[in-house]
Design a protein around this ligand. Sequence first.
Ligand SMILES: C[S@@+](CC[C@H](N)C(=O)[O-])C[C@H]1O[C@@H](n2cnc3c(N)ncnc32)[C@H](O)[C@@H]1O
Length: 220
Amino acid sequence: MHLTRRRLLIAAASGCAAALGRRAHAGAGTALDRRVQAYLDRKRPDWGRGVNRWNLRYEDGKALHELVVSRGWKRLLEVGTSTGHSALWLGWAAAKNRGRLTTIEIDPERHAEALRNFRAAGLDPYIDALLGDAHELVRELPGPWEFVFQDADKSWYLNYWNDLKGKLAPRGCYAADNVLRPMAPEVAQFVEAAKSDPAFDTRIDDRGSGEGILLACRRD
Ligand SMILES: C[S@@+](CC[C@H](N)C(=O)[O-])C[C@H]1O[C@@H](n2cnc3c(N)ncnc32)[C@H](O)[C@@H]1O
């Protein structure tokens, strides 16, 4: 892995020590759960507005959280943090599973706001928030990932899939948002590539907000 010193410093500052995080959670899980749920509920009216206008909907975040918790996945990657709504749900799932979330954002202001949200919710020990270009970082980060949530630039959806599908752990799943509201031709190309890959069981879930979350899970 060839992360630059700056990126590593950002990751260290935002993620804290894994061991510290695990100790903090052990025996205090209920308190953390109450704190995160209260924060998500308090912020609920804010998502989708102003600086938070790009965040996924509450019900979709909750569905991703429940999926990750139910599978017990520990190694989570998100591409496209924005201000951190989905990362709060996924980071909370990582905390419950004694795992970690790595999340990537290219915009410094959104990244900074996400860090504030992670700290306020008490989830910063479970989240490595990287500031950088995911086009490069998804190649540099080694994996394997048990769960990937793809929610960044739509024109790169097919490239992200091609770069990341080989880094999924056995039985791991790759999720991508907004596939029913394609904002770039590459989204449809990505959907076709995932559906036609025999190594994956792929479906589109539109029960939440209607944005459409594709879920492609390794068969082996
Ligand atoms: C739809 S928003 C993510 C929303 C977030 N997942 C949530 O639900 O809270 C997409 C984000 O991807 C970021 N992004 C776009 N291109 C990127 C790139 N090449 N590398 C990293 N982040 C990128 C944008 O700056 C934007 O904040």
